[in-house]
Design a protein around this ligand. Structure first.
Ligand code: ZN
Length: 136
């Protein structure tokens, strides 16, 4: 896509701190990291989100996330890692070219991916389970 900044970075038109590259992906240092060592994986082919991306490619991206999470952990000495992939504004997506975040975590960091757990009634939970099952 012509005006997509992540297409330009993934394909090398715009420079980046590249930690990994293969024929399908480029992984770079996020320029506005949540924590030092925050890496994002960009597929070279444009897809806005999980709904649009090719299933095989998504699988490869997640496999790569595992490999890079291990490297980030070794390099930073972090205590934990979040692997995040946001889809849609409501989910915190700000660039609409799918990307996978690898965020190193520390006990006292300022990263916030916590939520307040709900307590749905058993019937509500079962009804939603059925609804999702019917969509698969
Ligand atoms: Zn793109």
């Amino acid at each position: 896509m012509e005006d997509c900044i992540f297409c330009k970075i993934a394909n090398g038109t715009i420079g980046s701190n590249t930690v990994y590259e293969d024929e399908d992906f480029r992984a770079i240092m996020d320029i506005a990291p949540a924590a030092m060592g925050h890496v994002i994986i960009l597929p070279k082919a444009h897809a806005a989100n999980v709904f649009e991306i090719d299933e095989e490619l998504y699988g490869k991206g997640m496999k790569l996330a595992k490999k890079l999470a291990a490297a980030v952990k070794q390099a930073t000495g972090c205590e934990g890692i979040n692997v995040l992939q946001n889809n849609g504004t409501a989910a915190g997506q700000t660039v609409f070219h799918l990307h996978i975040h690898i965020v190193p975590r520390y006990d006292e960091d300022t990263v916030n991916v916590k939520w307040k757990p709900m307590s749905p009634a058993a019937e509500e939970l079962a009804a939603m389970c059925e609804k999702i099952r019917n969509e698969i």
